[in-house]
Design a binder for this molecule. Structure first.
Ligand code: DX5
Ligand code: ZN
Length: 223
């Protein structure tokens, strides 16, 4: 399993120290939410922040692009140190060339599906991605409640992965806390993004360990 704290819930005046805190917490990946004020009604941070954080940790950088024109951002984020770049399936005809472009930059490919979007739209791409991100809130802001109607999507993603013998990770993002992480794990998720539930805690290391234990207990094979 992968636990990925989301920097969106960190103290924005101390990104460096917050990245070190995430590293010390023994989390696996750092989740970086990139918002352009157009695809979602909020703005976060850009490639320069990612570039400056890159030498501070060995954690993989999981870059989640919530952007209308990711084609102009793929190279900058690849150069800045992204390990995996996720784009949204809602971009329609752009998805295919974007996947190809991310791959050609030597990065892992993620595909995200928003709550109102059918998971079926991801179907044609499943054999070409490393990660399927099932959004469990409408993207744009941290601290929103988990939408439990998304559980069947996780189950579907898991069923497809088994039926087709594919290896993509199933990531959940939004309102993931100790309770909802357990539900997601039972449904088939193996990669857990959490902002508020991890960065929001003084004892982040204990929070990461607890989430890991609960996920594992909910589904022993998830380890
Ligand atoms: C939502 C972002 C999430 C966000 C999750 O737009 O994609 O990654 O940081 O935050 P929490 O865990 O607080 O819901
Ligand atoms: Zn995210």
């Amino acid at each position: 399993m992968i636990i990925a704290p989301s920097l969106l819930a960190a103290d924005f005046s101390r990104f460096g120290a917050e990245t070190q805190r995430a590293t010390r917490s023994k989390a696996d990946w750092l989740h970086l939410d990139i918002m352009d004020g157009h695809f979602v009604p909020n703005i976060s941070f850009g490639p320069e922040v990612v570039r400056r954080l890159r030498p501070m940790t060995r954690m993989d950088f999981d870059v989640h692009l919530m952007c209308s024109r990711p084609e102009i951002l793929l190279e900058p984020f690849a150069r800045a140190g992204a390990d995996l770049i996720t784009i949204h399936v809602e971009l329609g005809p752009q998805v295919e060339p974007l996947i190809w472009k991310i791959r050609s930059l030597g990065k892992k490919v993620g595909l995200a599906v928003n709550p109102p979007t059918s998971i079926g739209l991801a179907l044609p791409f499943l054999d070409r991605i490393d990660l399927l991100l099932v959004m469990t809130v409408n993207p744009g802001f941290g601290g929103q409640p988990f939408i439990s109607e998304m559980i069947p999507k996780i189950q579907q993603a898991h069923a497809w992965r088994q039926e087709r013998r594919l290896g993509y990770r199933i990531e959940v993002d939004g309102g993931v806390n100790f309770d909802t992480a357990r539900e997601c794990s039972k449904a088939g998720a193996d990669t857990f993004v959490a902002g508020t539930a991890l960065f929001g805690k003084k004892q982040m290391k204990a929070a990461v360990a607890r989430m890991r234990r609960l996920v594992q207990e909910a589904h022993p094979a998830r380890g």
